[in-house]
Write a protein that binds this ligand. Sequence first.
Ligand code: ZN
Ligand code: ZN
Length: 186
Amino acid sequence: MLIPHDTRIALDTVVDLVNTAPDGGRGDGLGDVAALYAFVRSHDVSGVGELGEPDLRAVRDVRNRFADVFAATDARAAAELINELVASAGTTPQLTDHDGYDWHVHYFAPGASVADHLAADCGMALAFIVVAGEQDRLRRCEAPDCGRAFVDLSRNRSRRYCDSRTCGNRLHVAAYRARRKEAAAG
Ligand SMILES: [Zn+2]
Ligand SMILES: [Zn+2]
């Protein structure tokens, strides 16, 4: 699957955004406005002005809606959620080559809030995945107690666990122990 560079960046952003949600032992990665500033800086979200509590609330709301997209069981369900998200954000597709990046399309409207910016551009990146017939690549980690979102870009779409080392390793170890136990019992 060929994914344009900017779509890839937007996919990374939406995965990281969904994974800031508090869950079990994990606190809220967007706990305050400072955390929101850090998030937009580290993801190179362009054109973001001053942020406040309303932005934080709006971004958390968008985050929940993106989480629903990752939970969607089929392309139709995902498409409906993405359509709603993108429609509520409003879009003004615009070709740009700012800051040394090659030509790419911004979908957010000029002067959009950071929440609308994320909803429009990350929503369109997810739309691209659905159009490519790849909605089932939007996954949740299957490791117990994890459930983090990720996009499976592996060739044979076989990835079951998120990037975090603990998930991969922990499961390797569990599988190894299970095999040993079986061997010992047999
Ligand atoms: Zn850009
Ligand atoms: Zn995981």
